[in-house]
Design a binder for this molecule. Structure first.
Ligand SMILES: [Zn+2]
Length: 269
């Protein structure tokens, strides 16, 4: 559902100017620390032994307090992180019509006053924490906060959230953004998408593709269609998906004809 993120590109600029500048925003490509994606059955001890480090180091580099174990789909630093994780913060703002590209002629089902911008702390692909925002229906604003708190505690990584200009200026493809509200139809249909109600969230669209039978969106990386793999940003039922399902969301990865691994909605649509 990438093309629909185009409008977010327009929104990102004013958000970026308003948002506080943060450390660690330079392109991290030169120094991506080594990491490990947690698979089912793994423990701190198992992972530490495998890499020849101590459990104490692994806990310290990932701010994991004893006796907590890592979560499936979590990404652990295997060296001292570039910058230590910040505390998790979240707040909710109203949105202006301009911020959501409001156009009365489009007959969007939910007015801007029923939408909220939810700010959360998230960990990017390089292990750096940022404030990111997502626009959702006010009815799910609180549970959206809970979801992102769970993802943060899992040490799950998100490639990018708005404002991209601040958090991930090295990303130019807005189809990679984790986002919610978008006034649009479901691709290839005349049905209004749950995103148009602010009742759906897409997470790491590149790593969690959508496809219907043999139809695959252009640009989809085949490697991410192999869902048994555990790679940075991928979601699995035993892992990051639980952050959503324990907060009343359903997962598009459980659908049959259409597989939408990035998509979560409380309406299961
Ligand atoms: Zn979606």
């Amino acid at each position: 559902m990438k093309k629909f993120f185009a409008f977010l590109a327009v929104l990102a600029l004013p958000f970026g100017i308003a948002a506080p500048a943060r450390a660690g925003t330079a392109s991290p490509a030169a120094a991506t620390p080594p990491y490990h994606v947690v698979r089912p059955g793994e423990t701190i001890k198992k992972i530490a032994d495998f890499y020849g480090i101590t459990p104490k180091q692994l806990r310290a580099w990932n701010a994991i307090v004893k006796p907590n174990q890592p979560s499936v789909d979590g990404v652990l630093n295997l060296a001292k992180p570039l910058s230590p994780l910040t505390g998790w913060r979240s707040w909710i703002e109203n949105v202006t019509p301009g911020q959501v590209n409001w156009d009365p002629a489009k007959n969007c089902p939910v007015p801007p006053e029923d939408l909220r911008k939810v700010w959360v702390t998230y960990i990017d692909f390089y292990g750096v924490a940022h404030p990111g925002s997502i626009v959702v229906n006010k009815a799910i604003a609180a549970r959206t906060q809970s979801v992102f708190l769970s993802l943060y505690r899992m040490r799950f990584r998100i490639q990018g959230m708005s404002p991209m200009t601040v958090n991930a200026p090295y990303i130019t493809d807005y189809g990679t953004v984790t986002a919610g509200y978008s006034c649009r139809l479901i691709a290839g249909t005349k049905t209004v998408s749950q995103h148009a109600y602010g009742l759906a969230i897409d997470v790491n669209p590149v790593q969690n593709p959508m496809y219907r039978g043999t139809y695959v969106e252009s640009g989809t990386e085949v490697t991410f269609m192999t869902r048994w793999a555990y790679r940075r940003g991928m979601m699995h039922a035993a892992g990051a998906v639980r952050a959503f399902t324990t907060n009343g969301f359903h997962w598009g990865g459980r659908w049959h004809t259409l597989k939408d691994y990035m998509h979560f909605s409380p309406t299961n649509k």
